[in-house]
Design a protein around this ligand. Structure first.
Ligand code: SAJ
Length: 426
C-alpha cells in the first residue's frame, strides 16, 4: 500500500509515522523544505511524546519519506491547517490547494481522505474540485455508475501530548460522500486504529468534529464564568467545583486563564459562522473564554501594582500543561501584558523553552527556573499547570502573594477576607 499524507504538522507527521509503522510506503508532502529535510534525516520539527523515536525508526526502515512534490499513491490523507479570518470565516484554501495537488496524480481505485477540521460541506467541495480538475474520473455522489475514486472525511481527535496513543486507541468517525466511500476509508483506518471505526456521511462527520470542540469550549466557559462569580463572592471556586462534582450527574471542568491552542479556541467559530442566528450559546462561550484572559490580566496587574517592591514570577507560557506549544496561549498573552508594564521586575518560568519568545524583547522580562523564582520573587502568578509547578510544596510558597489561575495549589494560605463585606440586599 502506498499512502501520501499532505501536511506534516502536528497531525500529519504523527499520522504518517503511525501508518508507516504498519509497513505501508508513506510519502509525506509539505511546502516547507526545512520540514522535508528534517523528516528525511529521521528527525522531527515538532515536540510530541515518543514521536522522535518512531519517525527515526520508520525513516531508517524506508517506510517514511518526505518531499515537496506529490507522487501517485493508493490513499491520500489531507492534514493541512484550516485557519479562520478576522471575521471568523473559515479558510479552506489549504484544503483546496491540497486537493488540487492530489488531482494531478489521482487514478481509478484511489481513496482521498480529509482529516483537517473543516466547515460542514468541505468534503463535498473537495469532491466538486476533483471532478472539475479530473473530468476523466467518475467522482462519488455525482454519477449513477460506480465511481472511480472514494472520498471521505475522518477528523483527527488526538490530544497534544498523547497523540501517538490516541491515534491508535480513539474511536474514529468516518464520513463518506457515499456509504461505499466510508467503507473504503474504514478499511484503511483498520490498519492502525484499535478503537471503533463508525461510519456516517461526510457532513455529519464534519459537524461531529466541530461539535466535540464546541462542547468542551462551552463547558470550560461555564467553569471560567463560575470562577469570576466565586472571586466576587470570595469563595474558593476549586473547592466549589470539587464539591459540586460529587453530585452523580455534575462534572464541571477546570477554570483557567482562558482557552488556548488552535482547536478549541477556533473550531466553535466554524459553527457560529455557519449559522449565527442559532448559535448564541456557542458564541457566548467563546466570548466568555476570551474575556477570561483580560480578567486575569486585570487582576494580575492590580496585584503587581499594589506591591511595587516585589519581583514577580509568571509560571508558564504554554497553552496547557506539560507541552511546549505556545500557540494561542492565554498564559503567553497574560505574561506579555505584565511584561509590557512591569518587565523590569518580571521573571518568566517556562521549563519547555530555552529562550523567551521574541515578543518579550525590550520588555526587560527574564527567563528563569522555578528554584530561582522561588528565591527571588514575592508574587507568583500560576498560568500553566505544568507538573513541575504542582510539585512546589506549601512551605516554599507560604510567604508569597499567589494568584493561582489553574488551582494547582489548593493548600495555599488564603489572604484575609476584605474589610468591607459584600452588601446584601433585603
Ligand atoms: N482547558 C481549561 N480547562 C479545562 C480543560 C482545558 O481551561 O478543564 C484549556 C487548556 O488549558 C487549553 C485549552 O483549554 O488552553 C484546550 O485544551 P484541551 O486539552 O481541552 O484541548 P486541545 O486543544 O489540546 O485538544 C482538543 C481536544 N478536543 C477535545 O477534547 C474535545 C482533542 O481531542 C482534539 O483532537 C483537538 O482539540 C483538536 O485537534 O481538535
Amino acid at each position: 500500500l502506498k499512502v501520501v499524507v499532505v501536511g506534516l504538522g502536528y497531525i500529519g507527521l504523527p499520522t504518517a509515522a503511525v501508518i508507516a509503522r504498519t509497513g505501508a510506503q508513506v510519502l509525506g508532502i509539505d511546502v516547507s523544505e526545512h520540514v522535508v529535510e528534517t523528516v528525511n534525516s529521521g528527525k522531527v520539527h515538532i515536540e510530541e511524546v515518543d514521536l522522535d523515536g518512531l519517525v527515526s525508526g520508520v525513516v531508517a526502515r524506508g517506510n517514511l519519506r518526505a518531499a515537496t512534490s506529490i507522487e501517485p499513491a493508493d490513499v491520500f490523507v489531507i492534514a493541512v491547517p484550516t485557519p479562520f479570518a478576522d471575521d471568523h470565516a473559515p479558510n479552506i484554501g489549504y484544503v483546496l490547494r491540497a486537493a488540487t495537488t492530489i488531482a494531478a496524480v489521482l487514478k481509478a481505485g484511489d481513496v482521498v481522505i480529509l482529516e483537517s477540521t473543516s466547515p460542514v460541506g468541505t468534503t463535498e467541495k473537495v469532491r466538486d474540485l476533483l471532478a472539475q480538475l479530473r473530468p476523466d474520473l467518475k467522482v462519488p455522489g455525482k454519477t449513477a455508475e460506480s465511481p472511480d475514486i472514494a472520498i471521505a472525511y475522518c477528523p483527527e481527535r488526538v490530544l497534544p501530548g498523547r497523540i501517538l496513543v490516541e491515534l491508535i486507541d480513539n474511536d474514529r468517525v468516518i464520513g463518506g460522500i457515499t456509504p461505499r466511500c466510508a467503507r473504503k476509508a474504514l478499511q484503511f483506518y483498520r490498519r492502525f486504529v484499535r478503537g471503533a471505526c463508525v461510519t456516517t456521511t461526510s457532513r455529519a462527520a464534519e459537524m461531529t468534529k466541530l461539535t466535540e470542540n464546541a462542547f468542551r469550549d462551552v463547558n470550560i466557559a461555564f467553569a471560567n464564568e463560575l470562577s469570576r462569580v466565586a472571586d466576587t463572592m470570595e469563595v474558593d471556586v476549586w473547592e466549589v467545583i470539587r464539591l459540586a462534582n460529587r453530585h452523580p450527574r455534575v462534572n464541571i471542568l477546570s477554570p483557567g486563564p482562558g482557552v488556548g491552542g488552535h482547536c478549541i479556541a477556533v473550531d466553535p467559530w466554524f459553527l457560529v459562522h455557519a449559522d449565527r442566528a442559532n448559535t448564541p450559546l456557542i458564541r457566548t462561550a467563546r466570548e466568555v473564554n476570551d474575556a477570561k484572559i483580560d480578567y486575569v490580566v486585570e487582576r494580575a496587574e492590580a496585584m503587581v501594582a499594589a506591591h511595587p517592591r516585589l519581583r514577580v514570577a509568571c509560571l508558564g507560557l504554554a497553552f496547557k500543561a506539560n507541552i511546549d506549544d505556545f500557540r494561542e496561549s492565554p498564559a503567553l498573552k497574560v505574561a506579555l501584558a505584565l511584561a509590557a508594564r512591569f518587565g523590569d521586575r518580571l521573571d518568566v518560568v517556562e521549563p519547555y523553552t530555552d529562550t523567551l519568545p521574541t515578543d518579550f524583547d525590550g520588555t526587560g522580562a527574564t527567563l528563569t527556573d522555578i528554584d530561582s523564582a522561588i528565591e527571588t520573587c514575592g508574587i507568583m502568578i500560576v498560568l500553566v499547570d505544568h507538573d513541575v509547578f504542582k510539585s512546589v510544596p506549601v512551605d516554599e510558597r507560604a510567604d508569597k502573594i499567589v494568584y493561582d489561575t489553574r488551582g494547582i495549589w489548593p493548600d495555599q494560605p488564603r489572604p484575609a477576607p476584605r474589610a468591607e463585606p459584600l452588601r446584601l440586599v433585603g
